[in-house]
Design a protein around this ligand. Structure first.
Ligand code: SF4
Ligand code: SF4
Length: 208
């Protein structure tokens, strides 16, 4: 939410898996919104008018790459992608303990153990209420163990998912195309058309 104050729709644009898939579909689709100035006078009015920072500037000469550099980078990322995803899954798995402690049942189970073994003195409202209930301590610990195990599986999937998003982003960044004019980005442009009226040399509309 805090990031959203500075960047428009950060989750949709950078993290949402559906957004990533839509971005990829958009990248390969035939028709795209375009600002086809002839010639583009590089006034940058379109860039300023876009609320999503979706206008890409012409590629600076210093960043124009040798032919084949992008392909080599892409091959490297593709080669490393299984390792990145596996590493993400492992990190997610290792985080199961701190993450599971966010669950109230796990918190209660740990507090009960601490009280019963004398690690902490006195009872809190939750343990006091639990001790007056019908549930046994053994069943509470068993339930907490089940939740911890779920967090192991869930943490691994979450880590793998985040790593997958990172990998897809890296793949996208490895494909650098030379641009000669200001162009709406294929993946991040929402085709809202707000930039059109700002272009002083724009005449038409959507161009394939
Ligand atoms: S159509 Fe909308 S989202 Fe796309 S570049 Fe123009 S202003 Fe930005
Ligand atoms: S508003 Fe039109 S002329 Fe100006 S930079 Fe954008 S595309 Fe080029």
């Amino acid at each position: 939410m805090i990031l959203g104050v500075f960047v428009a729709r950060p989750y949709c644009r950078f993290l949402c898996p559906y957004g990533v898939l839509l971005g990829w579909m958009s990248y390969f689709s035939k028709f795209h919104l375009d600002i086809p100035p002839s010639p583009c006078v590089s006034c940058r009015l379109c860039e300023d008018s876009c609320p999503y920072n979706a206008i890409d500037m012409p590629t600076p000469e210093a960043l124009v790459e040798e032919p084949g550099t992008g392909k080599r980078r892409l091959r490297t990322v593709l080669f490393l992608s299984p390792l990145i995803i596996t590493a993400g899954a492992m990190v997610g798995y290792m985080l199961n303990e701190p993450l599971s402690r966010l669950h109230p049942v796990v918190q209660l189970s740990e507090r009960m153990v601490a009280e019963d073994t004398g690690l902490v003195q006195g009872e809190i409202l939750e343990t006091e209420t639990f001790r007056t209930s019908d549930q046994t301590t053994a069943s509470l610990h068993a339930e907490a163990l089940g939740i911890r195990n779920s967090f192991k599986t869930g943490g691994a999937w979450l880590g793998a998912f985040v790593a997958l998003i990172v990998t897809l982003k890296l793949i996208g960044l490895s494909i650098v195309k030379k641009r000669d004019v200001y162009t709406p980005h294929k993946e991040t442009c929402f085709s809202c058309g707000r930039c059109y009226p700002y272009c002083p040399v724009e005449e038409g509309g959507v161009h394939p």
